[in-house]
Structure formats: structure tokens, C-alpha cells
Write a protein that binds this ligand. Structure first.
Ligand code: PNS
Length: 165
């Protein structure tokens, strides 16, 4: 596996400014970066995977992030199977707090065991440390303004398009 190809996996339900910050920084560290929408069986989803994919593509395009990013989705099995398929040697995750370390560490250890793949943690920019998709979902569902927490395309979608879902 190549350590010059990395994967940023996540639910992205919806993508947030915190996600975009991690994606931008990871894209600068690796030759090729796969940003992957993955179904998390432990979470009740708000948006269908296809919608998250569209929002992620539009957010990345809008942010003008480097051209080495491939956006995709994966629901065919283990995350490490995707990583192996694209010859990625690294998974990149954002860390906001000790809670994230506790949540991510077991997955990093299991993924290392399953496929000898490393997980690299990037500390979230403090400006986004309080932003989470679950809080965005809750605020948006109750009619609040989430525009400070998500890319413009996501805020617009949650304001209008999400009513049809
Ligand atoms: O954004 P999230 O919900 O924290 O992302 C978690 C995700 C989707 C990356 C994780 O649940 C995952 O990797 N799911 C894929 C299934 C898998 O490979 N499970 C074993 C990992 S230990």
C-alpha cells in the first residue's frame, strides 16, 4: 500500500466546515486524497448517501481545494477494503477533543489489525472544535441557522432542499 494515497472517511451527514478544514489540510499532505462517504451503522442518518456525496462534491469545489481529491461513497463492506482497492496506506481523521480520541482509537487499532493501514489524526482548527454533524442536524431540524457551521451549499440545502427529504 502507498503512504502517498490517503482516505478521509466519514458519515458527512451533512459535511461541516470542520470536515472541509481537515480535507483541505489532508489534501496538502498527500498526493491523492479520497474523501469517502461511508454508512455508519451506529448512526441514524438524516440525508441519503447520494445527497451527502453531492453536497460534499459541491462544498469541495466551492472551497477551491486542490485538484488531487477524489470524492466517493462506500457501502460494500469494510473501509479497509476500499483503502486496499485504491492502494491507500493511510486513513485521516479529524480530532476535536478527548472524546474523539476515545471514539477513533479503537477503529484505528482494528483497521491497523485488519489491513496494516495507519490512521493519521489531524487536530481540528479550534475555530471548528465545537462543530459536529449531529449538532448541525439538530439545529437544522428545529429551524435554527447553521450557516456558521457548514459550507454555503450545505446551509442553502438545509434551508430549502432538505424539506423534501
Ligand atoms: O463520521 P463518522 O460517522 O464518525 O465515520 C465513521 C466511519 C463511517 C468512518 C466508520 O463507522 C467506518 O469506518 N465504517 C465502515 C465499516 C468498517 O470498516 N467498520 C470497521 C471499522 S473499525
Amino acid at each position: 500500500m502507498s503512504s502517498r494515497i490517503a482516505v478521509v472517511p466519514g458519515s458527512f451527514d451533512p459535511p461541516t466546515l470542520g470536515h472541509l478544514d481537515v480535507i483541505r489540510r489532508a489534501a496538502a499532505l498527500y498526493d491523492e486524497l479520497h474523501v469517502l462517504v461511508v454508512h455508519n451503522p451506529d448512526k441514524a442518518a438524516m440525508l441519503p448517501i447520494a445527497q451527502r456525496l453531492t453536497l460534499l462534491e459541491e462544498s469541495i469545489a466551492q472551497a477551491g481545494v486542490a485538484g488531487n481529491i477524489i470524492v466517493g461513497s462506500w457501502s460494500m463492506g469494510l473501509l479497509v477494503d476500499y483503502a486496499r482497492d485504491v492502494n491507500a496506506g493511510v486513513l485521516v481523521k479529524g480530532i476535536r477533543s478527548q472524546i474523539d480520541v476515545s471514539y477513533e482509537s479503537p477503529m484505528a487499532i482494528v483497521n491497523k489489525h485488519l489491513a496494516d493501514i495507519e490512521t493519521v489524526f489531524l487536530l481540528t482548527d479550534p475555530a471548528h472544535a465545537m462543530v459536529s454533524s449531529s449538532l448541525v442536524r439538530q439545529v437544522a431540524a428545529l429551524g435554527g441557522d447553521v450557516s456558521a457551521f457548514v459550507p454555503t451549499v450545505v446551509a442553502e440545502f438545509l434551508d430549502t432542499g432538505a424539506r423534501d427529504i
